[in-house]
Design a protein around this ligand. Sequence first.
Ligand code: SAM
Ligand code: SF4
Length: 472
Amino acid sequence: MEEHIIAKDAIDFIDDLKLQKLVAETKEDSGKVRDVIAKSLNKEALSLEETAVLLAAESPALIEEIFEAARTLKKTIYGNRIVLFAPLYIGNYCINDCQYCGFRRSLRTAVRRTLSDQELVSEIENLEKFGHKRLILVYGEHPQYSPEFIAHTVEIAYQVKVGNGEIRRVNINAAPLSVEGFRTVKASGIGTYQIFQETYHRESYAKYHPAGTHKADYFWRLNSMDRALQAGCDDVGIGVLFGLYNWKYEVLSLVSHALHLQKYYNVGPHTISFPRIKPAHGLELQLNYQTTDEQFKRLVAILRLAVPYTGLIMTARESAEIRNDVIDFGVSQIDAGTRLEIGAYQEDRKTKEQQLDREQFKVGDDRDLDEVIRWLISRDYVPSFCTSCYRKGRTGEHFMEFAIPGFIKKYCTPNALLTLSEYLNDYASPETKEIGEKLICKELEKYNIENIKPQLIERLEKVNAGTRDLYF
Ligand code: SAM
Ligand code: SF4
């Protein structure tokens, strides 16, 4: 099917018949799987048909080959950095009634709240005291959360500074806006605009998003990235809420979305997220498509191979064990120290017990930022708070990382080490500081870009002496 215009401004790039056919009729073929893997390792993005070949692999040995390829691609191309961020829930008033969500309007027992400016400042102060530099602000859909309000909250986030702390990149996850609305939030300096289609399958979409709500409009949501890009936003993040429909169909849809954006705007999505449905307040859904851990691993590895120039985000909805298993398959960003209750970063919590009536869903990985950093270091990953590309105007950074030889060594590795060193100096526990400093030494020994290495060493020394925000 050629993409066709459904209504003014609405483009349908999800070819349902084709995707159904690819899922149902592509047969396992080890020769084809290996050809597709070779193409991906040769740094080429995959077509829908090629992605379907990977999805059709069912025998354990072949699946292991796909996992191994995803690990190799991650290691050889992206290296060992993992970017860290925190989500910050601004308000949970919502006019929609998404059947899976703890914020849905029909749930009268949900405790509703929007942070005041002062509360927002306290939340951000605390996030900075933990060591965060990158946030994603999250909003329900409600007239209160207008583009002007969103822009106002983003501006506050950039202004708050405690000690050496500051927020250097603010992304948002908010209901789809008009082109005009996107211009307003872009002007406030947002990094990525992120929104998940939830399910790309029309009938399932209708089932979970009742008619008469804003969110019931499938195309308004499907085309939101187009409007964001038309409004001048540089980075957009797409995603699926796994569990609403067949996972293979959803993976093909994500690839369709990426190919569409690449074709029309010459830029793929900045990130792809793959949340799975988690228990939430008042949630009694019977899910026919709940994605198993095994399927989850497969979908992450296949996305890594299919859309190699896009960042992959694995959220704290997943448990620490699953994150440990899946991170090697090409994940590039994770959240850490995540608290979902509105206002929870201000509260000095004695326990990690969550209050589900105040939040959207249950967190799976409740470790704090320092614990997550320690885990990453123990796995030989370099935790990074880098925001350099976005601030230097190098947008499309994942594409550059992937496509430009030497880009990672020239920019990403030094910036990751500099931001890690800031964290170790300002916020780390003694144990984390100790293993973190060893990791930096080890990384420096390996570092072999002769004209940058002396500058990097000099800047690391400056960070140790108190200078902040040095980057390449
Ligand atoms: N209200 C906006 C929207 O719906 O797009 C933005 C924020 S919403 C709070 C963020 C995302 O959380 C949703 O897009 C959905 O994918 C996810 N979500 C909702 N309920 C969930 C649940 N029970 N478990 C896991 N993720 C959930
Ligand atoms: Fe509202 Fe978003 Fe929850 Fe739907 S997923 S009920 S739009 S907050």
